[in-house]
Design a protein around this ligand. Structure first.
Ligand SMILES: Cc1cc2nc3c(=O)[nH]c(=O)nc-3n(C[C@H](O)[C@H](O)[C@H](O)COP(=O)(O)OP(=O)(O)OC[C@H]3O[C@@H](n4cnc5c(N)ncnc54)[C@H](O)[C@@H]3O)c2cc1C
Ligand SMILES: *[C@@H]1O[C@H](CO)[C@@H](O)[C@H](O)[C@H]1NC(C)=O
Length: 331
């Protein structure tokens, strides 16, 4: 079947991968494409950690994604995906009863309480992956082009316009924050993030969640890491909050037991990132509406949900395609 995908973020691109895997012909239409560095979309600016979340819905999507990226990191490092040692800390819980993925992530173990940094109540170590979006997005675009996927750069006003331009009746709607207009979805909200790229040879992932959101995410092929962060719902300020820079560095130093001491914001090469997570009240939307499959609202976990979401998109497209078959046979 001919399928159009609105959006060339991680969700649209991985959906193109699963759809071409199952024999569909795909056209992607998007305002921003891999390689673009604009703040109008989220995917280039993610850490990105593949990091299942104890409180987020859709466990099976996160499991499928974990397996996909694990295999990809081993199969093809030129994809920008690497396996890393990870440390996860919380200050809003005291045990691992919510950590549903402890039997998924390799080498999971609980950190003895006496080894936890100040203010942290519980912590775990395991292995996971980080994705360098600057490598991964162009990598997957090239793979898709080799499979005959067409890319059209265009901002659209509504879903009908995408059908008209591509000539496809069936559409995957994966426009991130664009869904507030294109699907008129009032629950879609931007959540501002601010991070920094810093040069460092520290090559482990550390994440603190709970009352604050602090992390170090090593970036493959860069000699550095992304440090962050903040989570500011509804804040649309595209500028850099300068005061956050030293605050973030201080937080990650504390968290890493001072293993980022050599990072100097004045002397080392650093780069600021301000971007907006495409979140949705109630969580992501993955469902069919007529001949449209909606796939948006993945918030701070778009990479972590990505491949699982794309498998679900493929399954939904199969059911739309069967429905189309019935429609045709009745005519
Ligand atoms: C600072 C930061 C750190 C993050 N870290 C992580 C992390 O460590 N792990 C993780 O899993 N996730 C992380 N995320 C979240 C992740 O980046 C997003 O969830 C993910 O990129 C969303 O992908 P998407 O494809 O839904 O949307 P986007 O990447 O925003 O792509 C949307 C696409 O739709 C197109 N589009 C939108 N409107 C229109 C229109 N009207 N017409 C045509 N095209 C349109 C855009 O041009 C773009 O191609 C982070 C996000 C931020 C901001
Ligand atoms: C880092 O730790 C020091 C010493 O415990 C503390 O004074 C400081 O406030 C911490 N920094 C941040 C940003 O929490």
């Amino acid at each position: 079947m001919e399928v159009a995908i609105i959006g060339a973020g991680v969700i649209g691109l991985l959906s193109a991968l699963t759809l071409t895997d199952s024999g569909h012909r795909v056209t992607i239409i998007a305002r921003d494409l891999p390689g673009d560095e604009s703040q109008d979309w989220a995917s280039p600016w993610a850490g990105a950690a593949i990091f299942p979340h104890p409180d987020a819905k859709g466990h099976s999507l996160q499991v499928e994604t974990f397996k996909y990226f694990w295999a990809l990191a081993h199969r093809d490092p030129t994809s920008g995906v690497q396996v890393v040692k990870a440390t996860e800390y919380y200050d809003d819980r005291t045990d691992d009863s919510t950590i549903w993925y402890k039997s998924l992530v390799p080498q999971y173990r609980r950190i003895p309480t006496e080894d936890l940094p100040d203010g942290v109540k519980v912590g775990f170590k395991f292995k996971t992956m980080t994705v360098n979006p600057a490598i991964f997005l162009p990598w997957i675009k090239k793979k898709l082009e080799a499979r005959g996927v067409r890319f059209i750069r265009k901002g659209i006003k509504d879903i009908e316009e995408a059908k008209h331009i591509t000539g496809c009746r069936v559409v995957v709607h994966a426009p991130g924050l664009g869904a507030s207009e294109l699907a008129n979805d009032k629950d879609v909200v931007p959540v501002r993030g601010q991070t920094m790229f810093v040069e460092t040879d520290f090559d482990e992932l550390i994440m603190l969640q709970g009352s604050q959101y602090t992390y170090i995410i090593p970036r493959m092929y860069t000699g550095g890491a992304i440090i962050g962060g903040v989570s500011q719902e509804g804040n649309l300020d595209r500028g850099v909050d300068e005061s956050l820079r030293s605050n973030i560095l201080s937080r990650v130093r504390n968290l890493s037991k001072r293993r980022l001491e050599s990072v100097d914001l004045e002397k080392c090469s650093t780069r600021n990132i301000v971007a907006f997570r495409p979140a949705r009240k109630g969580g992501y939307r993955l469902e069919t509406e007529g001949t449209v499959v909606h796939a948006y609202g993945f918030g701070s976990l778009g990479y972590t949900y990505g491949y699982g979401a794309a498998l679900k998109v493929q399954e939904l497209i199969e059911s739309v395609s069967k429905g189309q078959g019935i429609l045709r046979s009745r005519l």
